[in-house]
Design a protein around this ligand. Structure first.
Ligand code: NAP
Ligand code: ZN
Ligand code: ZN
Length: 370
């Protein structure tokens, strides 16, 4: 497509009109294939879209689950990444919330139906017609695949973008867009406060942010970990206590201890054993998404315990979380990597060998392309 415009001297000049924005990325071309350089096409921003130059993208364990198609039904080629921080580079004509130069974030979804009960309640993550995941999903036309933050730029409707509060360190803040909101939302929803004895299960990307957020809410926090070597870190991160779950007596000794348990474990584990650590009327919330494991009625019935689940958070709550974290100095502990090391980072994530979140410096992708 071409268009005719007037040049500076008033002479007509013809230039190619953009139809798409060619964008360098890293993709897995098929399930379990290693991530490799790949070019994607972003749409030219529409009236309500913003174009974001990506600065940093966190590496969530969900990226690993999906690239390896552990949940099935993955859409390939897949460009992962849903902990995105960047700068607004262009805005559509009808955009009111953002201007060029704003520092913004994009989390796990980029659109939703906007009409269902969940969307109207501001809980777009539970959209009854299906939110548009930031990657491994489809736009609301249900046919255009979405591509995530392992890329140099992204185009998102302005209503699905959040603001990074001034002064926050950006690489460390990127993981808040998933790990932060996924832990903040259930802690808030279930009313965790200074009276709550909280256990965080699994000290990984989600878990370590969960410890910081729960402490910022005033709770007494214990980490339950299968890695005894994380004890010192847990206490440094603010936990009041640490329990090594490899200790055979741990479950017996800590029975009926906690009011609230946040399960961030990414690998299959015995829910029944952990439920016995809840007090009467205590609640365990699953946010980790491992393979299914058997569940018995007994541990729930005894003590009127509750087992719940929670998915990320809505846009309004994500903004609230970012503001809360900025006010309390909560950011992730990160290891910043160039994108060329992403496959190694995925392997190390599976081995719990990261303190505590990999974050990709997207400058490494831009430089490789220039
Ligand atoms: P991560 O950084 O890999 O942390 C997971 C932690 O689980 C590890 O650090 C480890 O903690 C524990 N763990 C790993 N393997 C284990 C094993 N074999 N046995 C016992 N414990 C083990 O992962 P993440 O990014 O925090 O994500 C955690 C889970 O949440 C993933 O399944 C992810 O897909 C899911 N997730 C869900 C949502 C949601 O909306 N619900 C959002 C984001 C992520 P220790 O070493 O301390 O034991
Ligand atoms: Zn995630
Ligand atoms: Zn909806």
């Amino acid at each position: 497509m071409t268009t005719e415009t007037r040049g500076r001297a008033g002479a007509p000049e013809r230039r190619e009109m953009e139809t798409t924005l060619k964008t360098p990325a890293y993709a897995a071309l098929s399930p379990k294939a290693p991530l490799a350089p790949f070019a994607i096409e972003r749409r030219v921003p529409g009236p309500r879209d913003v174009l974001i130059d990506i600065l940093y993208c966190g590496v969530c364990h969900s990226d690993v689950h999906q690239v390896r198609d552990e949940w099935g039904g993955g859409i390939f080629p897949m460009v992962p990444g849903h902990e995105i921080v960047g700068t607004v580079a262009r805005v559509g004509a009808a955009v009111t919330k953002w201007k060029v130069g704003d520092t913004v974030g994009v989390g796990c979804f980029v659109d939703s139906c906007r009409e269902c009960e969940a969307c109207k309640a501001g809980e777009e993550q539970y959209c009854e017609r299906g939110m548009s995941l930031t990657y491994n999903g489809y736009e609301q036309d249900h046919e255009t695949p979405t591509y995530g933050g392992y890329s140099t730029r992204i185009v998102v409707d302005e209503a699905y973008v959040v603001r990074l509060p001034g002064g926050v360190p950006l690489a460390q803040a990127a993981p808040l867009l998933c790990a932060g909101i996924t832990t903040y939302s259930p802690l808030r929803h279930f009313g965790v406060d200074a009276r709550t004895r909280v256990a965080v299960m699994g000290l990984g990307g989600l878990g370590h942010v969960g410890v910081k957020v729960a402490k910022a809410m005033g709770a007494n926090v214990t980490v339950l970990s299968h890695s005894p070597g994380k004890r010192e870190d847990a206490l440094r991160l603010g936990a009041d206590d640490f329990i090594a779950t490899s200790d055979a007596t741990a479950f017996e000794r800590n029975a009926r201890r906690f009011d609230f348990m946040l399960d961030t474990v990414s690998a299959q584990h015995d829910y029944n054993a952990y439920l016995n650590l809840l007090r009467r009327d205590g609640t365990m919330v699953l946010v980790g998404l491992p393979d299914p494991a058997p569940l018995s009625a007994g541990p729930l019935i005894q003590g009127r315990r509750r087992l719940a689940g929670s998915a990320i958070g809505g846009i309004r709550e994500t903004q609230e979380m970012l503001d809360f974290c900025a006010a309390h100095g909560v950011v992730a502990d990160v290891e910043v990597i160039p994108i060329q090391r992403i496959n190694e980072a995925h392997d190390r994530t599976v081995r719990s060998d990261v303190r505590y979140r990999f974050v990709i410096d997207i400058a490494s992708l831009r430089q490789a392309e220039s």
